[in-house]
Design a protein around this ligand. Sequence first.
Ligand code: SAM
Length: 209
Amino acid sequence: MSCVLGNLHYIVPMSWEERYQVGDTPWDKGAAAPPLIDLLQESPAYFGSETILVPGCGRGHDARAIAKAIPTAQTIGLDISVTALKLARTLDPDSQVEFQQVDFLTEGSFPHVSAIFEHTCFCAIDPSLRPSYAEACARLLPAGAHWIAIIFLTPRDIDDPTIGPPFQSSVPEITELFSPHFNLIESYRPKNTYAGRKGKELVMIWQRK
Ligand SMILES: C[S@@+](CC[C@H](N)C(=O)[O-])C[C@H]1O[C@@H](n2cnc3c(N)ncnc32)[C@H](O)[C@@H]1O
């Protein structure tokens, strides 16, 4: 969105809520992330069977895939956008996912969390606020539980002048934020991705100390 003030031309970034209201959501591929589908088939134990949180769930494709694969767990999708959550609830009314409006950085208290699944929420957070994201994960996960992340390392080419989220993320940044409270269990390039994301993603499994 842009606007003209006098002879100045400003780029005004849309909020997440506005983006869902106008349907400007290019990150939403209409289906769960392929690396998640593979992980649910190959290593479901990482998710545990208690409460599984999906921060920044958007329209809930990933959360629904988790709930379907692990029906014994309670999967909770969290987002700040009311409209995203409204859309998430209508996409499959039979899904067992619970959707809650929560600012993951500052709100939310959940008992017995066995995993947090991350996909394109971390990269959407302003880098200066990411320590709060890591602190929320450390606060919500008990010892032995997992932060399971599909990290979108390079949302756009490094010289793309587009301002705003999703921002770049890097392995050193994640290691610095998570290693004080988590041990890295696995890290790999996923073999299956959405079209156009090949080589841009990394799956990481971190276990709470
Ligand atoms: C790039 S979108 C990804 C959505 C979803 N994971 C997907 O792949 O379709 C980032 C999402 O994070 C949500 N979000 C941003 N900041 C948040 C916060 N502090 N707490 C919870 N959700 C947040 C946005 O509303 C948006 O739905």
